[in-house]
Structure formats: C-alpha cells, structure tokens
Design a protein. Sequence first.
Length: 607
Amino acid sequence: MSPLAAAVFAASAASPDIHSFGNAAVVRPTHLALDLELDFEKKTLRGTCELTLAYAGDGSQATVLDLDSRGLQVEAVTADGQPLAFERGPADPILGERLRITLPSPRPEKVKVAYATAPGATALQWLEPRQTTSGKLPFLFTQSQALHARSWVPTMDSPGVRQTFEAVVRVPAGRGFTVVMGAENGAHEVDKGVFRFRMPQPVPPYLIALAAGEIAFQAIGPRTGVYAEPAVLPKAAKEFEDVEKMVEATEAIYGAYDWGRWDTIVLPPSFPFGGMENPRLTFATPTILAGDKSLVALLAHELAHSWSGNLVTNATWSDFWLNEGFTSYIEGRIVEALYGAEFAEMELSLSLRELGTTVEEMLKEDAAGTILHANLEGKDPDDLVGPIAYDKGASFLRMLEARFGRERFDAFLKGYFQSHRFGNMTTGRFLEILKRDLFAGDEAAWGDAKVQEWVFEPGLPSNLVPARSERFARTLAAAEAFAKDGSLDLVKRDWSSPEWQDFVENLPRPMTPAQMQALDDAFAFSRAGNNEVRFDFLMHVARNAWEPGYAALEQFLCSLGRRKFLTPIYAALMEKESTAALARAIYAKARPTYHPIAVGTLDAVVK
Ligand code: BES
Ligand code: ZN
C-alpha cells in the first residue's frame, strides 16, 4: 500500500458500526468512481461504481470485501476486467443486504461493481413532470442520510468510512436536464446529457447527493448561489440573499469554510426534510420560502454542518448528537450574528419548549430515548431526528458556554474542528478532549457541570440554561387574553415569525369551533404564508376536529412531503376515531406523492 493510502486508512477511524456490514477493520474504500445513467421511465439508475481500496497491513486478512447494499440489482463484479465471485446476504429491514465479494490474491487495488437501483430505492424520489412547477421534465433527487446511500451506491455505508469520489452522470440528451451533485462541477457536455463531478475532500457516503431535472442557477455571493426550478428561482434568490454573510459570520467564529463553494438547491415540495447538509450543496425544502427571510435559520443550520458533521463527523449513528447538537448550537450563533440576540433568543425559546414537552412525554414511555448518546440496537437512525439529539445536545453546549465564557468556549470549538478536520469522532473521544482542553482535567468542575448526566442519563439536567425572551411575555399575554374572553386586542400585526408561532402555540387546548373561527377570520392562519405558523394552527385544526379547517388541512398534507410537518398532523388526527377516517382518506390520496423515507415513517402512524 502506498504511504498515502496508508494515511487515508489510518485517518478513517475503524469504530465498529452496527449499521454497516462493511469489514472496515481490514479493507476500506477510499475513492469511488461512479458512472451512472438515469432512466426516468424505468425509475432506475444503472451503471458502475469502481471502488479504490486500502488494506490494513499487507491485506492478507481481507479475503472478502463486504459492502452495504439495499435492493441493488448487482450484475457483475470485476477487478482488472476479471469477474469476482459475490453473494448477497439476507435482507434486513433496517440495514439492507450485505454484498460479499471474494477478493483474489494479490489483493486488487480497484474493484468495479456493475448494478442497477431498485424502482423503490429508499434514497431516491422520482417525480413525474406534473409534480414539478413547470411540469416540463421529470425530477430526481437523492437523500442518503442515514442508511440510504446503500440503495444507490454499493460501498461501505458508514459515517466512519470517508471516501473521495468522481462521477459521470448521463441523462436523456437534448431535453433540458441539468444534473447537480454535492461536488465540484467538472466538464459537463450539456447537449449530450453528460455531467461530470469530482469531490476532492473525503466524505462519508451519507453525504453523497444528486439531483436532476429542470434546474436553473443564480449566483448570490462570490462563493454562494442557489439552484431551483426556474419558476422558483427568483423568490429563492431573494429569500437567501444573506447566505454569503452567513458564511462570513461562521468563519469569523470557527475558522475557514473548507469546502470551496456553498450553494443551495431548493427542491420540489416532496423533499422529506427541511434541509440536508450535502457538502458544497445544501438540499432544502421550498417550505422555508416565507417571503420575509423569517425561516432561513434552516440554512444557517445546514451551513453549520460544514464544520459540525461534514468536517468532524459522528463516527457512528449513536454519536448523532455530535452532528446535530453542535449544529443546532452553531445555528443559534449564526442567527444571532445576522438577525440579533433577541431573534435568536425567541427561536431558542421555541426549541426549548418543544424539548421540554418531548422529554416530559418520553420519560413516561421511553426514558432511554432521552439519552444523548443513543442506544440504537435494533433501531433505525432516521428516528433520531428530533429535540433530543438537536436541542438537548445544543443545550449541553450552551451550558458549557455559560460556564467558561464565550471567548474560551469559541476558541475550544474552533480548535476542536481544526484538529479533527476530515476525521470522525465518538462521544467517548469527544468527552476526553473536552475534559483535557476545556476543563484542564479539573475533576471537581467536571462533576459540577454534570457532564456524565448530560450525555449518558435520561431527562434534562438542572443546569440547563433557560431562554429568556421578553417579547414572549407579550405573545403569551395575548394568547391568555384570547382564552379568557376572546379578545384579540393584544395581538400586534407587526409581530415577527417566532412571535406568531409563540402566540399560536400558546392558544388554549381545546378550543371551541367559535374560537377557531374567530382566529382564522382575523388572521387566516390556516392559509398563512409562513409554514411554521400554518403548521402550528393546523395542529389545532386536527386536535379540535375543526371541520371548516379540513380543506386547508388536506391542501397542506397533499402539497408537501416534509416529515416534520406531516407526522405530527397525521398522528393528531389518528388520536380520535372521528378524525382517523379523515387521516386515512387523505393519506391514501397523498401517499404516492411522498418520498419513500416519509412513507416509511407515516405507514406506521396512519394504520
Ligand atoms: N442532517 C439533517 C437531516 C437528517 C438527519 C436526515 C438524519 C436524515 C437523517 C439536517 O441537517 C437537519 O437537521 N434538518 C432539519 C432542519 C433543522 C433546521 C433542524 C430538518 O430537516 O427539519
Ligand atoms: Zn442537522
């Protein structure tokens, strides 16, 4: 093995990952060369993935190469043009199937897999032209996190196994398709429908991303811009005009942005998440286009992952809070830098309220689920998305910030990112670094900060730093006045987005049809342009079984695929027999328009 390959091997830590079949302790892919053809009729990707391998020692232990796959139709595996024997393990509902390739001696430097994806590949959503804005072309996008890369790329799909990659992507020529990836653009031959990419920084497979369809681009700053369907582009570019400032603000605290460009693509509304931090190219839901930049904190979040997650990556999904808790903390710092402390504090207040109610409920049924360092035995890491990893994780860091002061804490985090860039991190190793570098080994201080409790015990430690928002005293008073006698005099038309959210979330439970009607007449919440406010109100529609709101509810559920909005609404409807039938009827209609990942979650909710 070359010295470089040995260095790459050593840098990608071999933490055992229960969510990968890869035999990474003895052999690891370090580079992928993809050549893929998109077939929009058959809804498959077909082509080859050539893996460059690094071996432990002389490679003698690596008699086989175990890769992850899910539903892939493997046509052949070769090394130097010679076929290699391979076999598929049984299908596991969470992990997919092991792809075991027998390695010859001497060990090959490269192995090529020829394959096609299954029509139901969990990472892929194939949209019909009518599901796009202009209706001209079909659309495809990927979502690889957490365990879905294996449904379109045969490799070791573990966050601890970093790989550089290059790709050739072929689409039907002459129809106006654009292909983008979370990678550098290479020499595209647009007329021939051939697009080339290269990703020189090593990334874990969950960050490999692709989208294709009728896509246009508009620059925002020197290294920032936005991709979207042409009809959405002007609105998106206006909404995202602060992105360059966001990068500058983050660099000022945590050091240089290491990925070259930072673009965002606004996907069609069926994208199952709010955002996904694909390197160089954030994927985002159009539901954040509120018209007043009020929901762009989501972009700050995805940008923050360029440090926490993409630069220093959770070694396994049990360490997910290292990705999302850190990112939620940094998101708050970016929002504060751009939009002020008062705004950031209101956003924090909303998150902490949700964290509080979630923890309270989970302590009754699934106390272990409130532990930061997650036990994922038998679980799908996709289910980790929620207030524990995100907001309990961020609260832990806020406690540390309060204890050591911003200056020292910022220097600590900056140094941490710098020392571990393009590496992986386990919870255990992070705590060692924290104790050594920030606590200077002071055991008494360590105990006093309750670090052990924060990371390994259920619930919320008593030293959580609460949010203090004076503005929320007014929104609460307005909600209470309405509850008391229906008065809306304290409601101010010029409230900001979090103030409206706070007001709607504090409305009485339950409400009478007359109360619901009065609110919707006064503010048209059920059709609000701000989707967070609209969602909060539609939750009241669902809980109160308020029939005049059903049309708006159905319209909402049928027009977007963001799991964070869909799941609570369907769950609230399923609670009462009277509304469960409505949920089932809407779901039957909308299910074909949802992404496989959202369907996976919702099938269990709407039974
Ligand atoms: N990386 C996550 C999305 C994710 C996590 C997808 C785990 C699949 C498995 C992304 O950064 C994220 O957290 N998105 C949030 C937005 C954020 C502002 C909280 C979302 O999609 O809602
Ligand atoms: Zn995130």
